[in-house]
Design a binder for this molecule. Structure first.
Ligand code: ADP
Ligand code: MG
Ligand code: MG
Length: 254
């Protein structure tokens, strides 16, 4: 079944068009990678899917299992199973990571008709899932992301994903340059959590993450649209040829 259907999606920030007609269909069991040069609109796509208030959808649709995401605020999108990793590496002083994760997990459980977990039951669940990210339990007592390194934030993000069990996970690797340990954790978590019932959209600037996670489909973003799509071999081709062909193709389009 189709989990996420993005059709002719256009989005702007301060009246400046950034997404210019994105089309993408993601089915259960699939891993998709979106690649592209800096500034091509990759992070904007993930922020628009998340419902970031700075971005205005000006045309097109994005449907999750038939439901128009546009009508839902970011929290509701998360509750129904759309996970947007980058959204949470914000610092929330004074709120322990454990408590933050418990609130988020219970919101998701409630939406799925499952009972809420009390502190003790939640601690058991967290202990079990900590193994996915090889995270030191001491992180749970710290304030949310306060003073976390980039790699620790990323681990925390994958821990959150392991707890929320999203149906569609959207992960923006960001251009901040994760070290190899953080990459392995992200990749290990994604591979561990991928199942025939869910799907992953990986947004990545580099091939290196795709050495660890094998995508079913690779899409090349340029100037706010997905210019070319293919299988995992497209990522390897990009590694060899670079993005010069993109300019030629864009020149034809624009
Ligand atoms: P990528 O993730 O592929 O590097 P982005 O989606 O971050 O690209 O950015 C795409 C383009 O949109 C860039 O030119 C960027 O400067 C612009 N852009 C993105 N977000 C904003 C914003 N909030 N305000 C102004 N310009 C933005
Ligand atoms: Mg980006
Ligand atoms: Mg990514």
């Amino acid at each position: 079944p189709v989990l996420l259907e993005i059709s002719d999606l256009h989005a702007s920030v301060d009246d400046l068009p950034i997404l210019k007609g994105v089309n993408l269909t993601i089915r259960a069991g699939e891993i998709h990678a979106v690649m592209g040069r800096n500034g091509s609109g990759k992070s904007t796509l993930s922020k628009v899917l998340a419902g970031h208030p700075a971005y205005t959808v000006t045309a097109g649709t994005m449907r999750y299992r038939g439901t128009d995401l546009l009508g839902l605020d970011p929290e509701d999108r998360a509750r129904i199973g759309v996970f947007l990793g980058f959204q949470y590496p914000v610092e929330i002083p004074g709120v322990s990571n454990l408590e933050f994760l418990r609130v988020a997990t219970n919101a998701r459980r409630t939406a799925q008709g499952q009972e809420e977990l009390d502190t003790f039951a939640f601690e058991d669940l967290v202990q079990e899932r900590l193994g996915v990210v090889q995270m030191d339990p001491a992180f749970l007592e710290r304030s949310v992301n306060e003073g976390f390194s980039g790699g620790e934030k990323k681990r925390n993000e994958i821990l959150q994903m392991a707890l929320l069990e999203p149906v569609v996970a959207i992960l923006d690797e960001t251009d901040s340059g994760l070290d190899i340990d953080a990459l392995r954790i992200v990749a290990g978590g994604v591979n561990h959590l991928a199942s025939p019932d869910n799907a992953t959209l990986l947004i990545t600037h580099y091939q290196r993450l795709l050495d660890l996670i094998t995508p079913d489909y690779v899409h090349v973003m340029a100037s706010g649209r997905l210019l070319r799509s293919g299988g995992k071999e497209l990522a390897l081709e990009l590694e060899r040829t670079g993005y010069d062909w993109v300019d030629q193709e864009l020149a034809r389009l624009e």
